[in-house]
Design a protein around this ligand. Structure first.
Ligand code: ISL
Length: 574
């Protein structure tokens, strides 16, 4: 492959990789509503992002992925879209988005936008037209309308369950107001599923891709990418199905759709990148999406859910690398996003894995322990082969905000569980930028906050603001900045191979990148010796008096030159 030079004005110099920029990139996820409020209405917006672009450049990331910024009634955090070619007025205008894309690029930051192909808002013109047209009309074929079961059609067409709880079907009214057909929604009722067997649906989305690619975005993140295609007969879910034959998850027909999207992306002089949100547990099925003619990368959701445990992490890393190697795709490493519990909180609990099903409020949490582990996890993720994602606030070590009153929560996951599931709002609270009380510089001074529209920031975040952390060499922000800078300057980090260095202690993960870089993570509860090294590059916490790596600590090392083979007699790991 021809080497490509990627621009990197923020960090000085250029970086050469064998493939595209995305194979090694550090991508920062921006949840616009909670990032920064430029207009002074208490809601984050594009002006706020533009005012903080230098913060992102200085953090050392290569690209920004924006959660949906389109017009939306906000029934599901913007994942219910009315118009895929516009910007929500609360966030700004299309011209603002174009300016943001260009400004970011001039600072060396590429832009990735979110596309949501599985469903639209129930306020989208297509769904309104389908409702207005009534049963049998061609507009209904864009969606999944079906008569109900039972004598009067009172029961949903099948037993599928929504991801947010309750039936995946809602009964629509006929144009004359009488009870009518039911429509499918794998998520909230305000998010009707599109029918991907319909050529209009396919054409429309390819056109939406071109719309954003033409405006200079470098790629798209594809929401719920494994759910688009449904079995045409809408059968009950049967766990005994063959590969690719589940009623609506990971169906084989999806691959035609993404091959077409790839052709759209590849038609640009600088080919655009497709990043899939593919929740498919089988690594081999997952790798099918990453074949050279389909998606470029996908989020590593296995790693995201893994507990803080050396064996489980190593298994996840090995499984990931083997599956990706088979199709020549780079892995990605993700510690958090807008859907999951903040790492500082998750790692401070007895159960450090993530699962939607087990989220409960009031779980005992040791935040100091969580913080220590989150720091080590960051160095692990950034040293692994491939690209890495950072969700806004992760670099500040924000904890999950757990004491938001139910009435102020916005997430349908919370409300549709009858309040049992805390939902995802605790990771979507406005960022603290400066000052010692809410809104911590999130909004301009004097802004009146509308409690209906904005999630509350906790008291006690003064030490977590970006301003405070920049001044504190021991802060999470300073660690992220140092690590991302080092990662940029290390030719062996990013895309490439990994070589495990095996310490005797099973609670230690240690691997080399290239000949002279090593990452060691101690997940045991005793201090661990470091392998022979020339220099310590970075640690997530200070070494002990004997130069050993404490529990829940990670180190980046420069290995000796000429490289020694590390043998067990030299390094016991203890
Ligand atoms: O809900 C799940 C499991 O019960 C997840 O697997 C779910 O499919 C996944 O979180 C999809 O998330 C994405 O699409 C959702 C949106 O609410 C999320 O914010 C988004 O990341 C619907 O658009």
């Amino acid at each position: 492959m021809v080497p490509e030079v990627t621009d990197d004005p923020g960090l000085g110099g250029t970086r050469t990789t064998d493939g595209g920029w995305w194979r090694s990139a550090a991508v920062y996820q921006v949840y616009v509503r909670a990032f920064a409020d430029g207009s002074g209405d208490g809601i984050g917006d594009l002006a706020g992002v533009r005012s903080r672009l230098t913060y992102l450049r200085d953090l050392g990331v290569d690209a920004l992925w924006f959660n949906p910024w389109y017009p939306s009634p906000w029934a599901d955090g913007g994942y219910d879209i009315i118009d895929y070619r516009a910007v929500d007025p609360a966030f700004g205008t299309l011209a603002d988005a174009e300016q943001l894309i260009a400004e970011a690029r001039s600072l060396g930051l590429r832009t990735i936008v979110d596309v949501v192909p599985n469903h639209v808002s129930d306020q989208h013109p297509w769904f309104r037209a389908a409702l207005a047209a009534g049963p049998g009309a061609p507009e209904r074929d864009w969606f999944w309308f079906r008569p109900g079961r039972g004598a009067r059609g009172d029961d949903p067409p099948n037993g599928w369950v929504s991801h947010f709880g309750g039936p995946a079907w809602t009964r629509a009214k006929n144009p004359d107001g009488t009870p009518g057909e039911w429509y499918l929604h794998l998520f909230a009722p305000e998010q009707p599923d599109l029918n991907w067997d319909h050529p209009d649906v396919r054409r429309e989305h390819e056109d939406v891709l071109r719309f954003w690619f033409d405006r200079g975005v470098a790629g798209v993140r594809i929401d719920s990418a494994a759910l688009l295609v449904k079995h045409p007969d809408l059968p009950e879910v049967d766990d005994d199905h063959g590969p690719g034959e589940h009623a609506y998850v990971d169906r084989s027909e999806l691959h035609d759709i993404y091959a077409r999207w790839r052709a759209v992306a590849d038609a640009y002089d600088e080919p655009r990148v497709l990043v899939g949100e593919v929740w498919v547990p089988d690594p081999e099925r997952m790798a099918l999406y990453l074949r050279p003619h389909e998606l470029h990368t996908a989020f590593n959701l296995d790693f995201l859910q893994a507990p803080w445990d050396a064996h489980r992490l190593r298994t996840s890393i090995d499984g990931t690398l083997a599956a990706h190697a088979a199709v020549g795709a780079p892995a990605t490493w993700v510690l958090s996003n807008h859907d999951v519990t903040r790492p500082v909180t998750r790692y401070g609990r007895a159960d450090t894995s993530f699962a939607f099903e087990t989220k409960r409020a009031g779980t005992p949490t040791d935040l100091a322990l969580g913080q220590r582990r989150a720091r080590a996890a960051a160095l692990l993720a950034m040293a692994l082969p491939g690209s890495v994602y950072v969700y806004q606030g992760e670099e500040l070590g924000l904890p999950e905000v757990e004491d938001i009153e139910s009435s102020r929560r916005q997430d349908p996951m919370h409300h549709r569980s009858g309040g049992i599931d805390p939902g995802r709002d605790g990771a979507r609270v406005p960022l603290p930028w400066s000052g010692d009380r809410p809104p911590y510089g999130f909004s301009p001074p004097g802004t009146e906050i509308d409690p209906e529209a904005t999630l509350p920031q906790p008291d006690g975040w003064a030490a977590l603001t970006a301003e405070a952390q920049l001044a504190d060499p021991g802060s999470m922000l300073r660690l992220y900045r140092a690590a991302l800078r080092l990662r940029h300057g290390e030719p062996d980090l990013g895309d490439g191979a990994l070589r495990w260095l095996d310490p005797a202690d099973a609670g230690v993960l240690a691997f080399a990148r290239g000949e002279r870089f090593a990452c060691v993570v101690n997940l045991s509860d005793a201090p661990a010796a470091l392998p022979p090294h020339e220099r310590l590059l970075l640690t997530s916490a200070a070494l002990d008096a004997d130069g050993r790596l404490g529990p829940d600590t990670a180190a980046w090392l420069r290995l000796p030159s000429p490289p020694n083979e590390i043998r067990e007699h030299e390094w016991s790991g203890q």
